[in-house]
Design a protein around this ligand. Sequence first.
Ligand code: ZN
Ligand code: ZN
Length: 149
Amino acid sequence: MPKIKKVKKNAPPPAGYSKLEPTLTKYQAKLKQAQKVDTTTNKHASLWKIYQIDHQISRYVYDMYVNKRISRELYDWLLLQSYVNKDLIAKWKKPGYEKLCCVSCIMEKNHGGTCICRVPKVKLLENDNEDKVKTECITCGCKGCASTD
Ligand SMILES: [Zn+2]
Ligand SMILES: [Zn+2]
């Protein structure tokens, strides 16, 4: 097994970072914009935006790593930075959680059980209550992130 070099948080970016930098910078700017929005008028919607961007950045970095487009060293380094949501990525590695939208969805205390967006669409249709039931995740606005959807 090749030895994996331990990366430090304050270390300079490993090789390959410049390839991701423009995209990451773009996402960071979007995030800042979303955070500036007045949260008093539409609290939920503005928070959703932040969660969604957070999800997109994490997904971008994770996909790059899974498709071997970035090195393990760079991936580890990015995880140490505040760019990505480490907890969310950790969940994606588990079967059935590949598309999880936000970590709150699986935390019982926030939803009093599994979030509605985690219920597969087929199940919702089976029960014929698709339009009667709110299918959005209250934390991030996700409209369904079950792995089978
Ligand atoms: Zn969801
Ligand atoms: Zn969610």
